[in-house]
Design a protein around this ligand. Structure first.
Ligand code: HEC
Length: 201
């Protein structure tokens, strides 16, 4: 129960708030049973004998006292895409917005570090300072549905390049999903508005 509370609410067993580096502002939309199942899976994994390292967080996230206010602004905001047009888009929304927290990398952040929902999945600065993370809303990639599905499943782009950076790790997990779920993610991405002036693809 303590782990589930940490993951979906960002609240520690001692009652304090976790830094949003733990992406609870995405997991808060997950089904509690799914998080409980993930915890059950984690319990089966071998532990590490490396001691937990001290946190290394930059301003304003190093001020834990300010986190209660931050959460009032950026937590508990519900779904970004309201009224999904079909059960498939709704399933994709669950996978993208909650479980796989794609927005945490692909959505730009406000000055206070919250996800800017007005530019949802439209691409963002790479927090490690190394270029930009591409936009994936509607037709932003310029790829067909089949190309997009193949990329998410295998990491290969239509021009035979392969996914790099953090996306390679994401795809290692996405590749285990059934094809219907990959298709649901593709349908959801199509339903997310692209930036104004962008090719709707
Ligand atoms: C931990 C950060 C992170 C997360 C989480 C993440 N991505 Fe990515 N994504 C990236 C990065 C970085 C790239 C660029 C990869 C490259 O340069 O090869 C990328 C690239 C992509 C691309 C290719 C876009 C293009 O035009 O080249 C797609 C599509 C994509 N991501 C979809 C998703 C989806 C869908 C999810 C959630 C299921 C997701 N990503 C979650 C970091 C992330």
């Amino acid at each position: 129960a303590e782990i589930v509370n940490a993951v979906v609410r960002g609240v520690a067993p001692w009652g304090g708030h976790y830094y949003p580096a733990l992406p609870y502002t995405s997991y808060e939309n997950a089904e509690l049973q799914d998080i409980a199942d993930i915890v059950a899976h984690m319990r089966t994994l071998p532990g590490s004998d490396v001691a937990s390292l001290p946190h290394d967080m930059s301003f304003p996230f190093n001020i834990r006292r300010s986190l209660g206010g931050w959460k009032m602004l950026y937590a508990d905001r519900g779904w970004v895409l309201e009224d999904p047009a079909s059960p498939e888009v709704e399933r994709g929304r669950y996978l993208v917005e909650a479980l796989f927290h794609c927005g945490q990398c692909h959505t730009p952040r406000t000055a206070l570090g919250g996800m800017d929902r007005g530019s949802w999945l439209q691409g963002a600065e790479n927090p490690n300072g190394d270029g930009r993370i591409p936009g994936i809303a509607a037709g932003q990639t310029g790829w067909s549905d089949a190309d997009l599905a193949a990329y998410l499943k295998t990491g290969l782009t239509p021009d035979f390049d392969s996914a790099g950076g953090h996306m390679a790790i994401v795809i290692r997990n996405l590749s285990t999903l059934p094809d219907e779920d990959i298709q649901a993610i593709v349908s959801y991405l199509r339903a997310v508005p692209a930036p104004e002036g962008a090719d709707a693809g």
